[in-house]
Design a protein around this ligand. Structure first.
Ligand SMILES: Cc1cc2nc3c(=O)[nH]c(=O)nc-3n(C[C@H](O)[C@H](O)[C@H](O)COP(=O)(O)O)c2cc1C
Ligand code: SF4
Length: 437
């Protein structure tokens, strides 16, 4: 397919307003401002655009849910937090094609009746923030952002808000808390943000890539968009491929493309002389797939049928040199650090999982630790306030499910069998750290 979202990313000045406008930029906004807001929502619904932030929820429906009959202002909160391991697509769009995002934000705001869009960007993205702010100013000077946009009477501002760099700030209600200046901890739902979001006002929280899809839908129509992919999985999709492949990077394809094609044809496949052992198809938060499961379209629905999730479409590839106990330990190190601490199963459970995995990996674990691991993970999944708990449990649960023999080998041999001749120094007081709790 011809790239839609990454069309300009390799052009030296592809991020500038001049370049964008010369290449048809902001024409979709002009068209949208001549339409009725509800008709825009209908077009997006008919196109079948599904959110690219992880859950794949239909965007048209989300916009429809935004409370209409209210004296309160409405908002779009663009989720640009992008902190999940393996996920690095949104910052490419923002840095290399920022006006596409602004155009999506402006059309979205017009459709739901909002006058302000906030781009909530991950704290570490200083450089991207600078690019966005400079380009917002350029767009404002040219009349695309601000008051009376293109002489139509539509007013809309876009602000960039830099978060503190916490993974949990990407959860939509935690993001709203953070935008309001509070700690990024999730709210209880309902009410959903579409009814009571930012400052208690109706808010649509949309991912960067989701909003970047909107201009092409307005320009080319919903039938074109839907026809690009399998049913209910239309449009272009960005895949981030990382790990043991020759050409890691961001690739644009339709969701008809198989996981194998993305990994082998686009990202070059495993390193010479190596074979793939495991693949996490949707960022670190989803169940692991095995090599024989790669011949499925990389779509929301097909990956779910295979027992995992497309999530943020961050495909992490691990070859036979990877110790799966270590991989799970590594991920739990992340989740334990990033748990916001609001609910007990997640706060205590992620720490417990990490400790069990650490002692198993270092060869200090017992056989009973393997079942303890699945037991603790099973008591986190589905029992927490937000999906972070499920995400943290998934690596431990599926690593044991698919690679139990490897866990047992660690216990039997008293070391990591993948690192011949290597053994962690026994840690002082390892048993005393609640290790065998
Ligand atoms: C722990 C956690 C982290 C998340 N991080 C992000 C993120 O960085 N970016 C994002 O767009 N969505 C993230 N999400 C999903 C958002 O909560 C929300 O579903 C999404 O922003 C909605 O946008 P969409 O409908 O356009 O996908 C995260 C969810 C959870 C539970
Ligand atoms: S599941 Fe974890 S991250 Fe989510 S609210 Fe509970 S403690 Fe916070």
């Amino acid at each position: 397919m011809d790239p839609v979202l990454t069309r300009f990313v390799r052009e030296p000045n592809g991020h500038t307003l001049d370049f964008y406008v010369k290449n048809g930029g902001y024409e979709a906004l002009k068209k949208a401002l001549g339409m009725q807001p509800n008709d825009i929502i209908d077009v997006v619904t008919k196109a079948g655009l599904r959110g690219r932030g992880g859950a794949g929820f239909p965007t048209g429906l989300k916009w429809k849910f935004v409370l209409k009959d209210t004296p309160l202002p409405k908002y779009i909160a663009c989720n640009a937090d992008e902190s999940e391991p393996g996920t690095f697509k949104d910052h490419v769009l923002m840095e290399r094609n920022p006006h596409l995002l602004f155009e999506g934000c402006l059309i979205g705001c017009y459709a739901i009746g909002a006058k302000v869009a906030y781009i909530y960007i991950r704290g570490e993205f200083h450089h991207v923030q600078r690019v966005l702010e400079a380009q917002i100013e350029a767009a404002r000077q040219a009349g695309y952002i601000g008051t009376n946009i293109l002489g139509t009477g539509f007013d809309c501002e876009i602000y960039v808000h830099r978060g503190a760099g916490a993974y949990e700030a990407g959860e939509e209600t935690a993001l709203l808390e953070s935008l309001e200046g509070k700690r990024a901890q999730p709210r209880i739902k309902p009410p959903f943000p579409a009814v009571a979001g930012l400052y208690g006002a109706p808010t649509a929280v949309n991912n960067v890539e989701t909003l970047c899809n909107v201009p092409a839908i307005i320009t080319n129509g919903p039938e074109w968009y839907a026809s690009l992919g399998p049913e209910k999985n239309g449009g272009p999709k960005l895949y981030c491929v990382s790990g043991h492949v020759k050409r890691p990077g961001v690739y644009e394809a339709t969701m008809k493309t198989t996981l194998r094609e993305i990994i082998y044809d686009m990202a070059g496949g495993p390193r010479d002389g190596h074979t793939i052992k495991a693949v996490i198809p949707g960022g670190s938060s989803v169940p692991i797939l095995l090599p024989h499961q790669l011949d499925i379209p990389a779509s929301f629905d097909e990956v779910a049928k295979a027992g995992s999730m497309l999530g943020s479409a961050a495909i992490i590839v691990m070859d036979e040199t990877t110790c799966m106990v270590w991989a799970a330990e590594n991920l739990l190190h992340f989740y334990r650090h990033e748990s916001c601490g609001k609910c007990t199963p997640c706060r205590e459970g992620t720490d417990w999982l990490y400790k069990i995995l650490r002692r198993l990996e270092s060869g200090e674990g017992a056989m009973s630790d393997i079942d303890l691991l699945t037991n603790v993970a099973g008591n986190i999944a589905g029992k927490t306030l937000c999906p972070f708990g499920d995400a943290a449990a998934a690596p431990a649960l599926t690593a044991v499910k698919h690679f139990r023999a490897e866990f047992e080998a660690h216990v039997r041999e008293g070391r990591c069998p993948h690192r011949a001749g290597w053994r962690r120094e026994p840690r002082a007081g390892a048993a005393a750290q609640g290790a065998h709790a």
